[in-house]
Design a protein around this ligand. Structure first.
Ligand code: 5GP
Length: 197
C-alpha cells in the first residue's frame, strides 16, 4: 500500500521541484534528433566514433545518445573522463585537474565529446585543447544543454540539444550535492531545498 501510494503520487524528487524546464519526452525526442544529425555527418567515418563522456553529469546522456546513435549511425566506442574545475564557489575558473584520464590513444580517431551542460564553457575549452593535443582526426562536441553565458564564449559546440535559461537545474545526470541525478527530466529546485541543506 505504502509503495503503491508513493508511485501514484510520483517519485520522491517531484515534490522538491519548483518547475520543469525540459520533460522526459522532450529529452528523448531531442536525443534521437541529435543522433540522426551526428550519424548523417559521420556516414563515411570508417573506424567509428569515439565518444568521450565527461563524468558524472553526462552519464545519462551518454547512455541514451550512444544507444540512439547505434540504431542509426556508425559504430561507437566509449571513453570516460573525470575532471575537476578549480572554481570560486559555483563559478568555474577554467583551471582543470584530470581525475580520470582516457584509457586509450586517440590518434587519428574521430572524437565526439558528450557533455551534459555548457555554462561558462571554460571546462569545455580546456578539454578541447587537451584532446586536440593528442592528435585525433577530429574533435567535436555534443552538449545536451547550453546556458546563455556559453553563447558569449567561443566554445565550438557543434551539436546542442536545448538552450535553457540561466538557472541552476537538476536531473538527467545533473546534481545538487550529488542528488537528483536519477530524475528523468530536468527542473529547478524549490528555494526551500537549498535552505534545508
Ligand atoms: P562551465 O565550465 O561550462 O561553466 O561548467 C560546466 C559544468 O558545470 C557542467 O559540466 C556541469 O557539471 C556544471 N553545471 C553548469 N551549470 C549547471 C546547472 O545548472 N546544474 C548543475 N547541476 N550543474 C551545472
Amino acid at each position: 500500500m505504502g509503495q503503491a501510494k508513493a508511485m501514484a503520487d510520483g517519485s520522491w524528487y517531484d515534490t522538491d521541484i519548483d518547475h520543469v524546464i525540459i520533460s522526459e519526452e522532450q529529452i528523448r525526442e531531442k536525443i534521437d534528433e541529435l543522433a540522426k544529425q551526428v550519424a548523417a555527418d559521420h556516414a563515411d567515418v570508417k573506424d567509428g566514433i569515439l565518444l568521450v563522456c565527461v563524468l558524472k553529469g553526462a552519464v545519462m546522456f551518454m547512455a541514451d545518445f550512444a544507444r540512439s546513435l547505434g540504431r542509426q549511425g556508425p559504430s561507437t566506442e566509449m571513453e570516460f573522463m573525470a575532471v575537476s574545475s578549480y572554481g570560486q564557489g559555483t563559478t568555474s575558473s577554467g583551471v582543470v585537474r584530470i581525475l580520470k584520464d582516457l584509457d586509450r590513444d586517440i590518434t587519428d580517431r574521430h572524437v565526439l565529446v558528450v557533455e551534459d551542460i555548457v555554462d561558462s564553457g571554460l571546462t569545455l575549452s580546456w578539454l578541447m585543447k587537451y584532446l586536440e593535443s593528442r592528435s585525433p582526426a577530429s574533435v567535436e562536441v555534443v552538449a545536451l544543454f547550453r546556458k546563455p553565458d556559453a553563447v558569449k564564449v567561443q566554445v565550438p559546440t557543434k551539436y546542442v540539444g536545448f538552450d535553457i535559461p540561466n538557472e541552476f537545474v537538476v536531473g538527467y545526470g545533473l546534481d545538487f550535492a550529488e542528488r537528483y541525478r536519477e530524475m528523468p527530466y530536468v527542473g529547478v529546485l524549490k528555494p526551500e531545498v537549498y535552505a534545508r541543506s
